[in-house]
Design a protein around this ligand. Structure first.
Ligand code: COA
Length: 429
């Protein structure tokens, strides 16, 4: 029998959309008891966003709220405030991601929550750090990417498609949730030492910028010497005073690129990524596997620095090698020879790969009702001796009555709260 890492930890979850819920879902998967507080009759905005069927919860909501309970509370009503205060008294964590100032206006600032329960850790997500001139802005994913160095450094570097581009990865949303998770787990450990809860403030901006660390590395180098040897613009293109977009170069000093494979004209994703490492032995292996042994003695290619100066020729020749093969054939030839490479894999291919279900990379959750089973990405790390349960998502306010009873309210009081609009009955949402 395994023990949940966060067994007994109670979380009052006032988060919605993606950033906060991705964090609290992880807490739930690690065994915490997560109570999601939602607006009566409305709930988390994602419940009704991008639905494939207007009668059913969206996959957006389902993929971010597994294993939580839901209570509906109107936090602008006296009854809602009273119930939330009671919940906080028994909580280990209080987490919110409202627009800047909203939690304070509701009467549940860090100071207020700390006064109610000094042991309670307070987690908050906002768009920007408190020191930022943008600290009062509302924020969604693209705002984090355009302000946090991701968009300016992503995408094509020349021609008509040379404009700031967003990553498909949720650098501003789920990434922020994972950053907050780290802060909360550290705060829990701190509380073990001090007995007191602390304030964990995570901005989407800092989370995004943290993943763009190597772009700040490149800025430092650019400021010193005026060029970046690993970029496609080197040696013949022009560099300005800021890190340019880099197409598909590898982030480090090795020479990588995305190559077309034989069906690229009919299949948008028949591409493969191949990397030439800088070390002599590794380069030799690659030359043998590619059949390019002449490069070993050619001064234009024999050293890593020379290859950086002739990267257009390097790319063109490896392209010729790849174009006659599928992305999987290239991987089968170069991979075993010790050349770092990988096929470009689509969402369809990933989600039909049984091996990913075998290892719980992807998991199936039975939601029941009209939804039935749906697929989501499981807890991304494994802990020996512990496997999350991956339960269904709550109905809007589906646990209201039970939670109120657990707080000690009588049936009459529960009915009174519902009548006043402070809550709704579990069946009403
Ligand atoms: C996401 C965001 C842009 C949405 O902004 P929004 O549409 O104004 O929605 P919010 O949930 O923040 O707040 C709306 C209102 O509902 C109120 N509200 C929320 N839950 C409530 C409840 N249970 N009962 C009563 N009122 C409630 C808030 O107090 C707020 O009221 P106010 O406008 O009078 O201050 C904003 O919350 C934000 O910038 N959050 C921080 C960054 C973030 O996490 N972004 C999301 C990334 S996925």
């Amino acid at each position: 029998m395994s023990t949940s890492p966060l067994k007994g930890i109670k979380v009052v979850d006032l988060t919605e959309v993606q950033s906060g819920p991705s964090c609290t879902q992880m807490l739930a998967w690690l065994g915490a008891d997560v109570i999601k507080v939602e607006r009566p009759g409305v709930g988390d905005a994602t419940r009704k966003e991008l639905q494939y069927d207007p009668k059913l919860p969206s996959y957006y909501f389902l993929q971010l709220n597994s294993d939580k309970k839901s209570i509906t509370l109107d936090l602008k009503s006296p009854g809602g405030k009273e119930i939330l205060t009671k919940l906080i008294k028994g909580a280990d964590m209080f987490i919110e991601n409202f627009h800047p100032g909203a939690a304070d206006k509701l009467g549940f600032s860090w100071e207020a929550v700390h006064a109610i329960n000094p042991k309670c850790i307070y987690g908050t997500i906002k768009g920007f750090p408190l020191s930022s001139r943008f600290k009062d802005l509302k924020a969604y994913e693209p705002i984090a990417q355009v302000t946090g160095a991701a968009a300016t450094t992503t995408g094509w570097y020349e021609g008509p498609n040379n404009f700031p581009t967003q990553s498909g990865a949720a650098l501003g949303d789920s990434n922020t949730g994972m950053h907050l998770l780290i802060g909360l787990l550290a705060a829990l450990q701190l509380r073990n030492q001090t007995g007191e809860g602390t304030y964990v403030y995570q901005s989407m901006h800092n989370a995004c910028l943290n993943l763009c660390r190597i772009k700040t590395r490149d800025q430092l180098t650019l400021d010193k010497i005026g060029y970046l040897t690993q970029y496609p613009q080197y040696p013949n293109g022009k560099f300005g005073d800021t890190v340019p977009r880099a197409g598909n170069i590898e982030g480090g000093g090795v020479l990588g690129w995305t190559y077309k494979c034989k069906n690229w004209e009919t299949d948008d994703n028949d591409y493969v990524y191949v990397i030439l490492q800088r070390g002599e032995k590794d380069f030799e292996k690659a030359c043998k596997a590619l059949g390019f042994e002449d490069w070993l003695t050619n001064p234009d290619f024999a050293t890593a620095d020379a290859r950086d100066r002739h990267k257009q020729q390097v790319w063109a020749r490896i392209q010729e090698f790849c174009i006659t093969k599928s992305k999987y054939e290239v991987t089968e030839i170069l991979g075993p020879a010790g050349v770092p490479c990988g096929p470009v894999i689509t969402t369809k291919e990933l989600m039909t790969d049984q091996s990913l279900y075998d290892g719980n990379t992807l998991v199936k959750i039975n939601q029941g009702g009209g939804t039935g089973e749906f697929v989501t990405v499981g807890c991304p790390f494994t802990i020996s001796g512990y496997t999350p349960t991956y339960g269904p998502c709550p109905e809007l306010g589906g646990d209201t009555d039970k939670i109120l009873r657990d707080l000690g309210y009588t049936d009459e009081q529960i009915a009174e709260f519902a009548k006043s609009g402070a809550t709704t009955n579990s069946a009403e949402g």
